[in-house]
Design a protein around this ligand. Structure first.
Ligand SMILES: *Cc1c(COP(=O)(O)O)cnc(C)c1O
Length: 226
């Protein structure tokens, strides 16, 4: 299956779900996760009409970014070592894995004057030991502390659900993230509008869309694995 065919299927799914739950499909941004695939396939994703590209390794991502001449809107979706921050600032628009103050501080320091990084605070809703992210109780105090870093804009919250054979089991995880997003949003913090939800991957994006996802991060079901 080509990226175009995969995208058509996923888009049809999203349209069907949105019709059923009363959402506007335009609210849902598909981030094409290209970490498993070549430059050529990444380019095919852009040519298929996808504009959001997600990568989780700084070196590989920056090589692609240079090769693609700045096409696309770039999302850093993996855990990011502080010493690698300077490789992605000025290139990536979004960071989906903000999980500590030292990272926020470094991002803020490396951004140019007037630049901002749109950040998702990563939450480990399911409390799996293998996953990074803050516990739900830590999220609001953490976000309040981010006010001192002028370049950090908290656009929303992100989570990775555990892998379940039956994606229905992820629903409580996504519901919890949405409640937490609403709590942060209602604080009306200028540096943290927190309107977005980054949740849902190849296996569980349908449930995530039902539960309010605005950015779904899809790799294997969209661009495959090479
Ligand atoms: C790899 C990855 C994805 C995409 O995974 P698929 O299951 O291939 O869709 C999404 N989010 C994050 C954070 C990832 O690391």
């Amino acid at each position: 299956m080509s990226v175009k065919e995969n995208l058509a299927k996923i888009q049809a799914d999203i349209n069907e779900i949105c019709g059923r739950v009363g959402r506007n499909p335009k609210e849902i941004n598909i981030v094409a996760v290209t970490k498993y695939v070549s430059l050529e396939t990444t380019e095919a994703a852009l040519n298929a009409g996808l504009s959001h590209i997600g990568e989780n390794r700084a070196e590989a991502a920056v090589q692609k970014w240079h090769a693609l001449q700045n096409r696309g809107i770039w999302h850093f979706i993996g855990s990011l070592q502080t010493r690698k921050v300077k490789e992605i600032t000025g290139k990536f628009d979004y960071l989906h894995s903000l999980d500590r103050l030292s990272l926020a501080k470094e991002v803020d320091k490396r951004l140019g004057d007037g630049q901002v990084m749109k950040c998702f605070v990563q939450v480990n809703v399911s409390k799996e030991e293998s996953k990074s992210g803050l516990s739900p109780a830590e999220v609001i105090p953490f976000i309040k502390e981010l006010v001192e870093y002028k370049g950090i804009q908290v656009v929303g919250l992100m989570t990775m659900a555990p892998f379940y054979k039956d994606p229905e089991q992820t629903r409580p995880v996504f519901q919890k993230l949405r409640e937490l997003r609403d709590d942060v949003h209602s604080l009306k913090l200028e540096h943290a509008p927190c309107t977005e939800l980054s949740m849902g991957m190849s296996n569980d994006y349908g449930i995530a869309v039902e539960e309010g996802a605005t950015f779904i991060r899809i790799g294997s079901a969209l661009v495959g694995r090479e």
